[in-house]
Design a protein around this ligand. Structure first.
Ligand SMILES: [Zn+2]
Length: 223
């Protein structure tokens, strides 16, 4: 029988063993402090069918491809695909119409300039959505910042601020909204307990569907 490699064993004061498959398809085992290695291996072997199925599913998910910044290449903004279009001149150096129009003069620095554009759009859009949800739910962050995080779409700080990765602005608005609500609820509920999820559900009854979308498509957003 072929062994399944365990990437990491996280021991804590828990009673049972559980398995986590990371978004890039690695196996992490959570185990009680004193669980013997033999017991952990036996547990992993018993679940090998499930583990292989999960890892297989992850490998089949779409992966982000490196941008080449060529005419016609697809860029995502709020869930819509925009082909890149190089223009000779324009009102703004970068403009979103039905295409993502970029002035030819930006080409030497296009990767950086497009990232700056995404950051700026994320700042405006995510800030506005966040303020709206804050007003309607009563969860008020001390600050809202846009980060360069590649793996975490949102996070909250110990001082009551929240951060969102600029990469999130590539996702559909309903997914952006879900990440915002998730982080706002964390301001008062710091864990992922039942209580946390029931608060999220109160604000967003269909959050599970949105969460699932993010799980399946997050690799696309990691440009
Ligand atoms: Zn969370």
């Amino acid at each position: 029988m072929d062994e399944i490699p365990i990437e990491q064993i996280i021991r804590s004061r828990r009673r049972s063993i559980s398995l986590v498959i990371t978004p890039d398809g690695h196996l992490i085992v959570r185990a009680p402090l004193k669980a013997p290695a033999a017991l952990i291996n036996k547990f992993v072997n018993e679940k090998s069918g499930w583990i292989k199925k999960k890892i297989g599913e992850i490998r089949q998910r779409p992966a982000a491809t490196e941008h080449r910044y060529e005419e016609g290449e697809t860029f995502f903004y709020l869930g819509r695909a925009y082909p890149l279009h190089i223009v000779e001149s324009g009102k703004n150096p970068i403009e979103r119409t039905d295409r993502l129009c970029v002035c030819r003069t930006l080409i030497p620095d296009i990767k950086h300039r497009l990232k700056c554009w995404y950051v700026q759009e994320a700042q405006r859009e995510i800030h506005a959505r966040c303020m709206w949800f804050s007003m309607t739910t009563g969860y008020t962050p001390k600050s809202i910042r846009i980060s360069d995080a590649r793996r975490r779409w949102g996070s909250c700080t110990s001082t009551g601020g929240i951060n969102f990765s600029w990469r999130l602005i590539q996702a559909p608005l309903e997914i952006v909204d879900y990440v915002i609500v998730h982080e706002l609820v964390h301001l008062k509920q710091h864990d992922h307990s039942k209580k946390f999820w029931s608060k999220v559900k109160e604000i967003m009854p269909d959050y599970e569907r949105r969460r699932e979308w993010l799980r399946e498509n997050e690799r696309l957003l990691r440009i």
